[in-house]
Design a protein. Sequence first.
Length: 281
Amino acid sequence: PKCHVKARCEIYPRSQIKRFPVPDDKVPWTTNFPEYKPVDYTADSILKRPVYADPDIRTEKDSPPLTFNGCDGKINRVSHMGKYEIVDGVPRNPQGRTGLKGRGQLGRWGPNHAADPVVTRWKMDESGKTLNGSDGRPVLQFVSVQRRDNHQWAIPGGMVDAGEVVTATVRREFGEEALNSMEMSPEEKKRLEKELDQLFSTGREIYRGYVDDPRNTDNAWMETVAFNFHDEDNSCFGKIKLCAGDDAMNVQWMDLSGSLDLYASHIDFLAEVAKNHNASW
Ligand code: RP5
Ligand code: MG
Ligand code: MG
């Protein structure tokens, strides 16, 4: 796989911390890099132990050991990338160096599991599917949210809760971020759940693995399972009103194209979707 780039961004998100610079050729752990001195950083908000955060295993030696590369009670610590190494008591990022150790903004040591719903429909005009002027292919649109943390446009994905199955995560996160389900009355919610049953009944897995996320560190990283939910004839999603909620500040149907600038490695998931549907890119 191509080497991570956003996971080496100069300034760590929501901080003033500068990562130790890692040139492309020094990313693999197998390449010698004796000068390498990554900055140690874990956000205060994580050290305060919100429900989704692990203890600081390097300092709290009396806390029960975590089961890495396995299932730890309701927490899945298995990587989609295979077995990861434990070095000096902490997991090592399977994609290589990031210039920062500790957990940064991430709660879990090792893989932090997320799920991403890529909800698509065809862009339409009076004469049918809208064709792209340059490649002549039909244009797909996907539901995109603007993240509140960095104002970047992204797929409305989110973290898998302890004990949750990923198919439930994609549906819950889509509801929260793109439909503002958290602000709905119990009656509205009930109606929405019924509509979502139909919308999310047929999904296709398009990606499973590491995400090149700017929050990644040498010891904590994002992984996801991304699914495509496609509305071929505009019969499902047409009825649903988009409304940004939770950690999304905006939501819209966005035209798929290779030139979009999206959060993390989300563009790679969309490239796969465009290919599957033979859509414009
Ligand atoms: C990305 O971060 C994943 O692909 C997913 O979209 C997202 C999950 O984190 P939050 O949206 O909960 O911050 O790496
Ligand atoms: Mg969310
Ligand atoms: Mg999210």
